[in-house]
Each structure stands twice: as structure tokens, then as C-alpha cells.
Ligand binder design. Sequence first.
Ligand code: ADP
Ligand code: MG
Length: 322
Amino acid sequence: MVERDRNLVLVALGGNAFQSREDRGTSEDYWRNAYVAAKTIVKVIKDGYRVAVTHGNGPQVGIISEWMENLKNRIPPQTLDIAGAMTQGWLGYLLAQAIQNTLIEENLAGRVRGVVAVVNRVAVREDDPAWLNPTKFIGSWYTDAGEVERLSREKGWVFKKDPRGGWRRVVPSPNPYKNVEAEVVKTLLREGWVVVASGGGGIPVVEKHGGKLVGAEAVIDKDLASEVLATELGAGYFVILTDVDGVYVNFGREDRRKLNTVTASELEEYYEQGHFPPGSMGPKVLAGIRFVKNGGLRAAIGHLYEGYEVIKGTKGTQIVPD
Ligand code: ADP
Ligand code: MG
């Protein structure tokens, strides 16, 4: 097991770090939200921690593939791994700039060498059963069944009913097992950089004979990929910030109950009882359990707007070793 660094935190940002439910998704919305996330990151840096930041890309990779589909008669569409790489540049730029500018505003720029977003590949297995069962929601919500039928016929897209309403395109989401750039991220962190990494779960690649890598048509879950990186880095703490204030059992029911502090094994029992759906809370909980079982000191899941408290351990759901 990798030795754990008590000074290193990996913070994984959810969709609301870029677009909240009320937003249309303009560039202004993206910037405003990125600065909210940056404020939390900077507070943690101020406390003396080194920080790696990861983020999701579900809505954005879907938007890019819709842009490509709609223009395909004029510009050849690119594959999903390339679309994922585009989102790393798009969102990595926003976060790097927002964090850097916030550090300057707070007179803390001298604390770090700088902020950098890395293009990041994540390895998945060629024989992963996920290839045959697409589950990851990307892009817009569709409400017109006729349109959904036409898109599946014309574009070969697979759609599923989103638990939050409407239909959405789904793509395979194979299990990540290795971050190709982990060594680089580690070196940058050691040298004092704030690193935005593993964006959108990383660009999915499959390892072929002799170690050559080939991009794959998939979107990796950002929470599971963040755990892989956090563990490879030997981070002490792994924090997932989203749009709910913690992990609940019986979520959506009157008798729901928030878990404040829970051991990895206890949480695993709730996971097996089916309290956490696959497309949303499921992978976060699984990532938290894996991190702690792999030797992490503490994992936490909570609301972005309480991000600092969640990271410090006073809010959200804290997952601790048994
Ligand atoms: P993100 O974009 O941050 O990755 P998701 O939308 O994928 O976030 O997951 C967060 C959502 O999970 C919450 O908005 C909440 O509605 C949903 N959710 C489902 N089950 C639970 C649960 N048991 N406890 C808390 N939230 C849950
Ligand atoms: Mg969300």
C-alpha cells in the first residue's frame, strides 16, 4: 500500500461546479460557477494543503457530440475519446484560471508555483463488461419520444430514461484502473503546483500489445477515476463535492437519514442494499469505499457550497476506516 500524505487532498468536482440546475450554460454561467469552486480550493490551499482537483464532464461531452452531429455534413465528427479530451481543455482552463486569479485576489499566489491543467488519459480494460451495457448519461434531456426514436435510428445512439425525467443518451462507462499521467501529476504536486487532473474521468484508453494505447468510445465515471488517481498519488484525503449535502439512506423517502460519519464497511452494506443509484450517488459511494479500503485516511461526500467544511471533516458524509 502507498504511504499516505496527510498534506495532500484530492477534490473531485461535480456538474454543479460548472452549471447549476437553473443555469442555461452560457460562458458567464461557467465562469461564475468555476469561481465558486475556486474559492473553496483556495481556502484549502490557505490552510497549507497541496491540492489536486478533478472534475466531471457528462453534460459537456454530450454537448460537444451534439455539436458534431449537427454539423456533420460540413465538418467530420470526431470520436468520443477526442470529445472527452476537448472537455479537459475547456473545463481545465476555466478551473486553472479561476483558481489562479482567486489566489492572486487573496494574496496567496506566492504559496504555490502555479496552477496547471494536464491532459490526462485513464486506462480501461478491453474485456470490461461495460462495453456491452451503456449506462453513463451524457448531453441533453429529451422529452419527445418520437425524436428519441429518430435519433436512435439515424445516429445509432442508445437512450435510457433518466431518473430525473426525460430521456438521455447513454454510453459505456468501463471501470478505470490506472491513470497514465499519475507520475507527472505527482511530480507537479511535489513541486508546488495546484493540478487539475483526470478531467471528465480521463480520456479512456485501452492498453494494447507492447503497451501502446488506443482511445476508446466511452466516458469514464469521474468519481471512480478520481479514486484511482487519489490512491496512486497517496493522497491522505479524497473529497467529492456535488449538489447534495451528504449521502442518505432511503433517499427520496420520508424516512431518509443522512449519514454523518460512517465506516467503509458499514457504507458497503448500505451500498449492497441498493440505497445508491448507479448514475449518481452509486459511483461516489463506491469511490469513497475503495479509497478508504485502499488505505486512504478519510473520504468525504458533500455539497460544493459547504466544500471547505466537507473537506475539513465537519459537514457532509465522512467515510472512515473500519
Ligand atoms: P455530480 O454531477 O456532482 O457528479 P450527480 O448528479 O451524479 O452529481 O449525483 C448527485 C445526486 O445524487 C444528487 O443530486 C441526488 O439527487 C442523487 N442521489 C441519489 N441517491 C442519493 C442518496 N442516497 N443520497 C444522496 N443523494 C442521492
Ligand atoms: Mg449532477
